[in-house]
Write a protein that binds this ligand. Structure first.
Ligand code: NAG
Ligand code: NAG
Ligand code: NAG
Length: 441
């Protein structure tokens, strides 16, 4: 970590981009309501605006993704709605052609809905991110956008072109996002995917503003496979803008699918990443259905930050789903040892396409049982507290499953079961279901 240097000034054009589009563009409520990288969210907002301005009365079905920025009173929505969307692709809904200074190439419209962070999928090249390769590596190191992506067609890549004469802690390259707006005090989720080749040394370091965040060590991950990461972030009481940095220290990798969005935007059925509704449980069960065969067990969504059991568990946000068996369960009361389960809303899938199922799991002790994952009632995965990937008990640890939709399948539902053999608690959080590039392994 000693080589993790402080950052240089952010490129001026990134600052300019905040104030660009219109007089409304500097308003974080307007930006939250009409996130240009997400045409679907923009059209949802336009439909909402039609209801709030039609009669002058106060609609209260505010789009979830905007409530952090706009609050829950009508006046800011009415103001933002009067400006309308200013994204250049939305010619059918744009109120004025003079506002189209943010030019979005058509190829980028399909970019996943990356919350507040624009172009985190690198489908349009590196810009508007800025990249740097440091001396003395300028001639032996390169950065570029390459096919394929983890999601969609392209990813960012750093690559050795020769032999490095550097020690183990030098920074080869850095990638800096444009500045984007955040709401002071609000909790966010930052995601990205990495892919390491055979050089299993060094790490990718991340920072948000000047705070050192997650480091991803090459030695911890399998070679030539994508791995998805998520990191919590809370804006402090005065922090209203953010820039994300990634640095490559003595390592090369691919990078893709960077997103940064308020945790609350994972409530409802248009999450910023993937297809699964309410996967963070921040608004309770949402679209999930719960079944609890064992009357002796307790199950449901709880505020884990309010419970000492989860004190060192690194939860994402405040809420998670959990099942508790206060005593060793009686199998006669369970269904094949299942004490409780949750079943997601149904999601559209395309036969032959690949999907990431990601979730975090928590176990209070090593003999409590295991978690089972099914898609459309077919078992595909289990996580046991003794699995290496789970680490020590009482930590929310990541699970990463790649699944291909079989012929004829057009919808998928995720079922997660608490298979309990002993007394204790199991918890689940951050469930995501994300379409991947066909070539991902
Ligand atoms: C996967 O990547 C290739 C190469 O960039 C691209 O042609 C293809 O459309 C991508 N597939 C998906 C499902 O995004
Ligand atoms: C809040 O964040 C800003 C930007 O990162 C930083 O300059 C400031 O020192 C932080 N304030 C506190 C109280 O940590
Ligand atoms: C969850 O519990 C913590 C600790 O008691 C509290 O500070 C926080 O406000 C709670 N979160 C919500 C959303 O109620």
């Amino acid at each position: 970590m000693t080589g993790f240097k402080t950052t240089v000034a952010i490129a001026a054009f990134a600052l300019a981009s905040i104030a660009s589009a219109t007089g409304c563009a500097a308003d974080n409520c307007h930006r939250a309501l009409f996130p240009c990288p997400s045409p679907s969210a923009v059209s949802v907002a336009s439909a909402f605006c039609a209801t709030i301005t039609a009669s002058g009365t106060t609609a209260t079905n505010y789009p979830t993704r905007a409530t952090n920025a706009c609050g829950t009173t009508a006046n800011r929505y009415i103001s933002a709605c009067q400006c309308g969307p200013t994204c250049s692709y939305s010619s059918s809904t744009s109120t004025t052609s003079a506002t189209s200074t943010v030019s979005t190439p058509p190829a980028c419209e399909a970019t996943p809905t990356n919350g507040n962070l624009l172009y985190g999928d690198f489908e349009c090249g590196i810009s508007p991110w800025t990249s740097q390769v440091f001396e003395p590596f300028k001639n032996v190191y390169g950065v570029s956008v390459q096919a394929p992506g983890f999601t969609n067609a392209n990813s960012f890549q750093t690559k050795f072109l020769g032999t490095s004469n550097c020690g183990t802690t030098c920074t080869y390259a850095r990638l800096t996002s444009p500045i984007f707006l955040v709401t002071p005090g609000v909790k966010y989720k930052y995601t990205f995917a990495t892919w390491f080749d055979g050089i299993s040394r060094g790490f990718v370091g991340t920072k948000i503003n000047e705070r050192t965040g997650r480091t991803v060590d090459a030695v911890d991950y399998p070679v030539s496979k994508w791995r998805f990461h998520q990191v919590p972030f809370q804006a402090n009481a005065t922090e209203n803008q953010v820039s994300v940095f990634l640095e490559w220290l003595n390592v090369e990798s691919k990078l893709d699918s960077v997103s940064f969005a308020p945790l609350s935007s994972y409530c409802g059925n248009t999450p910023p990443v993937g297809l699964l509704p309410d996967g963070e449980f921040e608004c309770g069960m949402g679209a999930w259905t719960q079944q609890k065969p064992d009357p002796g067990a307790t199950a449901g969504v709880v505020n884990v930050t309010a419970d000492a059991l989860y004190a060192n568990s690194f939860p994402m946000g405040d809420f998670a789903w959990r099942a508790v068996s206060p005593f060793t369960p009686n199998p006669a009361n369970q269904e094949l040892h299942v004490s409780a389960r949750i079943i997601s809303g149904s999601m559209p899938v395309t036969p032959g396409k690949k999907y990431l199922i990601y979730f975090t799991s928590f176990f209070s002790n090593r003999d409590v049982g295991f978690v089972g994952l099914m898609i459309n009632n077919s078992p595909i995965y289990t996580r046991n507290p003794n699995d290496a990937g789970q680490g020590t008990p009482t930590v929310f640890a990541p699970n990463h499953i790649i699944w291909t939709a079989t012929a004829g399948l057009t919808s998928a539902s995720v079922k997660i079961e608490a298979v309990m053999f002993g007394a204790g608690t199991m918890a689940i959080d951050s469930v995501m279901f994300v379409e991947l590039n066909d070539t991902v392994v």
